[in-house]
Design a protein around this ligand. Structure first.
Ligand code: ME8
Length: 497
């Protein structure tokens, strides 16, 4: 099986998860689930970023020890994965020994290759972004991101980022897909072409971090520490990490593209490791037209959403509503509309109409079909025929098109029910009714295979009703068994006002 590696950013544990974190994890989950169904050997990683000044401050504000603080908040991110039905294979925390060992090893590699030197940093630092800013980047006394900055002046180790300007440009010229979408790639290239300055990669005044090997007065810059999680979770520096590493896809929000597409590949090249295959930066969610912020208290809590609407509904909306890569707005009205229109009315209704009809009128048994018309055959062939399109929507990160394409088939299914009127055929032509019901059941069975990456809960329910145990894409090649006893179908999706 071909290896496949996908990662979310590791989230800061200064606060609990919100819709933005859920979104990135969910996007990765859809891709990971699809690839597993499509026969890949998938490794899907998420986790938490637990060091640095931001976390140290957040713990201090609560008056707790940083380790106790991160232990607690990290749990809420694990919980988010669980509740959203996210199928990560591993959950890495930067406070784990396996991670600290890996980062210290990487540091030593950078020393050995002559990429680190001791100097003095004097400049601006934004704790919120955990980022250094140049004087000319400061706007009205703030970072370009709007974060507060403070002036720091201290002894610091530097990474020779300036030496990697040309190698990075050469690398991206040879690997045009390494940064996606294209607008982000252009943004990164412009930044690199603008000139790279050496990067401060240690702090003396901070205690909450991974100690610099051989100099206990310094801890590592939190981004060098954090980025290395993608390797430490694969067992780096032990042999064997390359198996997945060569196929790495980092999914990130557009806020952290520079760290992933400039600093990270430079650190890697300097340690003689190939850069990640792809970094994809998706867009930004606002809520009812506003930026999410603590002061507005408008963050959408994934746990509350799932408690109220179920994991599938939240997953479906996030994935379907936003053109993947673009910014989007979460509006309660749009959310409810989507659930009612696409889930309850379109998909739910198709399943309920057909399966309840069989349950009630056909003694809960999949009928034996007669001769299929061209239309019947065309309908049953649609899901398998869609697979190449779905594959390309996943491989090209057009995630919103995934559901869109399947819902066209669901629309066809509903039109077919309306046109064939199985309830009327019951008296007029029972044999034809059997063929129609069989055709529809087979369509539903296959659609449930295709919807698994987005709607794992509903898909599992449909497969259980239809007694289908295995659910990978090979199930699109088999035919539904007539005479199969089905379980009572319960409504899949609620309707909301
Ligand atoms: O940056 N819309 O962690 P973080 C869309 N620890 N996505 C959003 C979002 C929004 N409004 N808000 C957050 C960090 N995200 C570092 C990463 S990786 C080595 C270290 C998502 O907790 C998006 O993926 O601030 C963004 O990049 C990430 O959460 C930032 O999470």
């Amino acid at each position: 099986m071909k290896p496949f590696y996908i990662t979310t950013p590791i989230y800061y544990v200064n606060d609990k998860p919100h819709i933005g974190h859920a979104y990135t994890s969910l996007a990765c989950d859809v891709i990971a689930r699809f690839k597993r169904l499509d026969g890949f050997d998938v490794r899907f990683l998420t986790g938490t970023d637990e060091h640095g000044q931001k976390i140290e401050k957040a713990a201090a504000v609560k008056g707790v020890d940083p380790q106790d603080f991160v232990d607690e908040v990290s749990q809420s991110f694990r919980q988010m994965s669980k509740i959203l039905d996210i199928t990560n294979d591993d959950f890495i925390r930067t406070t784990e020994p396996r991670h600290k060992n890996a980062v210290q090893h990487l540091w030593k590699q950078l020393i050995e290759s002559g990429n680190i030197y001791l100097g003095e940093y004097a400049g601006w630092y934004a704790v919120r972004d955990e980022a250094f800013y140049q004087e000319d980047e400061i706007v009205d006394g703030k970072a370009p991101t709007g974060a507060e900055v403070e002036w720091i002046k201290e002894s610091s180790y530097f990474f020779k980022l300036s030496a990697w300007q040309q190698p990075l440009l050469d690398y991206y010229a040879k690997h045009p897909d390494a940064i996606q979408p294209e607008s982000r790639r252009n943004e990164v290239l412009r930044f690199i072409e603008g000139g790279l300055k050496d990067l401060s990669i240690s702090r003396r005044t901070l205690k909450w971090g991974v100690p610099v090997p051989g100099d206990a007065d310094h801890v590592m810059y939190v981004w060098l520490d954090a980025l290395t999680n993608y390797l430490s979770a694969l067992g780096y520096p032990n042999d064997g990490y390359q198996k997945y590493w060569d196929h790495a896809i980092h999914m990130v929000g557009k806020d952290i593209i520079r760290f992933h597409s400039v600093y990270w590949p430079a650190f890697l090249m300097a340690a003689n490791i190939t850069p990640p295959k792809t970094v994809f930066a998706h867009g930004w969610w606002t809520v009812e037209g506003e930026k999410m912020s603590k002061s507005l208290g408008n963050a959408i809590d994934p746990v509350e959403m799932v408690d109220t609407y179920g994991a599938d509904a939240f997953r479906y909306f996030l994935l379907r509503d936003l053109s993947f890569g673009q910014d989007g707005d979460f509006s309660k009205t749009m959310f409810i509309n989507r659930l009612n229109t696409d889930l309850a009315n379109a998909y739910g209704n198709l399943c309920q109409r057909v399966l309840s009809f069989i349950y009630k009128n056909e003694d809960a048994t999949i009928p034996t079909p007669g001769e299929f018309s061209d239309e019947d055959k065309a309908l049953m062939a649609m899901p398998a025929a869609l697979l190449p399109t779905l594959r390309s929507s996943i491989d090209n990160f057009h995630l919103h098109r995934y559901a869109e394409a399947i819902w066209q088939i669901i629309g066809e299914g509903n039109r077919y029910v309306d046109a064939q009127k199985p309830w009327a055929l019951k008296k007029e032509d029972p044999a034809r009714m059997n063929t129609v019901l069989y055709t529809l059941s087979d369509l539903i069975r296959q659609v449930a295979v295709l919807t698994q990456p987005i709607l794992p809960v509903a898909s599992a329910k449909i497969s259980a009703v239809l007694g289908q145990k295995k659910n990978d894409f090979s199930m699109l090649e088999v035919v539904l068994k007539s005479g199969l006893k089905i379980d009572e179908p319960l409504p899949l999706f609620a309707k909301y006002v």
